[in-house]
Design a protein around this ligand. Structure first.
Ligand code: SAM
Ligand code: SF4
Length: 337
């Protein structure tokens, strides 16, 4: 966004810090709640909302991203629902990428449109790609996601690998009675592929309580398994995000482990989230959300900047997931994980 003279007071970058002195430089922006998959742990009955009605517009996103960038956000991850269901995804990517202060634009996708569109996303300025891939076996993949597209998604992944992304990751949620027995297949998959495979521990949400009780696999047990099989943990900087990283000399790829139930998981939180309806989520599992959208109606980001500065002090220390609190989050398709 080009700032005119009357906006000269908005200097890049101010910073956004909460009462626990955590600084927020990473925005997860959901652009739709709609999804065409029905993952067993997320939307087992499919998406309630496939109309796209009420989604934040490109003009609102422009003001939003300008406000976050003015407050020191450097990285944006576009998510959903399934973000590739939005026809203006490439415009959103290039808008984020061309905003002064934003140096990394990422996308999390179920891969449905990967094979067809990944080159366009890269050309629009996408730097990093996270592909959710919960099985390498077509029938298990279909059981978990409701989709028959595994082979297209794997072809899309091959194309993505040729496009020199800054970062290319696979996200996998291991589920006790569904794909947990595929752990070794996943490891073999990255033996010759230079990809980070991240196991995300299943999180309890408002809608998946029974499923969680049946299917949760503790991140700790995955960690023990990796260590017993010659993987070693690599030390990372505090800014590197919440994943623990593991490497093995026989493997080109690496493993990331996201363990939201671990103690101190929230201590280095550096991210804020905005839903596709323009609500600010101070935490993935907050009880209440702030209506940022009313402050996005002008091209001038000043009102949104002031709103964010006033809101951030309400951010709590942690998500309390281990105490079985899930806030008002029914499923992660509401906000994008
Ligand atoms: N539809 C896109 C996708 O699946 O990649 C983006 C949105 S999805 C909500 C983002 C990530 O959240 C996916 O990697 C998905 O596996 C993960 N996720 C969804 N529900 C989850 C849960 N209850 N626990 C852990 N991860 C979850
Ligand atoms: Fe859709 Fe992603 Fe949720 Fe699966 S995890 S149902 S692809 S939003």
């Amino acid at each position: 966004m080009k700032l005119d003279n009357q906006d000269a007071a908005i200097k890049l970058p101010m910073s956004l810090a909460d009462s626990f002195d955590r600084r927020f430089t990473y925005l997860r922006l959901s652009i739709t709640e709609a999804c065409n998959f029905r993952c067993t742990y997320c939307l087992p009955d499919g998406s309630e909302c496939n109309s796209g009605e009420g989604e934040i517009s490109l003009a609102e996103i422009k003001t939003l991203v300008a406000a976050f960038a003015a407050l020191g956000t450097q990285k944006i991850r576009i998510t959903g629902g399934e973000p590739s269901m939005r026809r203006d995804l490439c415009d959103i990517i290039s808008l984020c990428k061309s905003t002064p202060g934003i140096n990394t634009v990422g996308l999390t996708t179920n891969g449905f449109r990967l094979e067809k569109d990944v080159k366009q996303w890269r050309a629009a300025g996408l730097d990093s790609l996270n592909l959710s891939l919960d099985s390498l076996n077509p029938s298990m993949f279909q059981l978990i996601t409701g989709s028959k597209r595994l082979s297209s998604i794997l072809r899309g992944l091959d194309i993505a690998q040729s496009l020199d992304f800054k970062s290319l990751k696979i996200n996998t949620v291991l589920l006790r009675n569904q794909n947990a027995s595929e752990l070794n297949d996943f490891l073999t998959f990255i033996k010759t592929r230079k990809i980070t495979l991240r196991f995300i521990e299943l999180m309890r949400t408002g809608d998946n309580q029974k499923f969680f009780a049946e299917q949760h696999v503790s991140g700790n047990s995955i960690q023990q398994n990796l260590l017993a099989n010659g993987w070693t943990q690599r030390l990372r900087s505090a800014q590197a995000g919440p994943a623990k990283e593991f490497v093995h000399s026989d493997y080109s790829g690496s493993i990331g482990l996201i363990m939201p139930y671990a103690k101190h998981f929230c201590d280095d939180c550096n991210r804020l989230r905005v839903s596709s309806k323009g609500q600010l989520f101070l935490c993935l599992f907050a009880d209440q959300h702030q209506n940022l959208r009313t402050h996005l109606q002008s091209e001038n980001p000043q009102a949104a900047i002031e709103f964010l500065q006033a809101s951030i002090i309400q951010k709590t220390a942690g998500h309390n997931l281990a105490e079985q609190m899930t806030g008002s989050t029914r499923h992660l398709a509401m906000i994008g994980g």
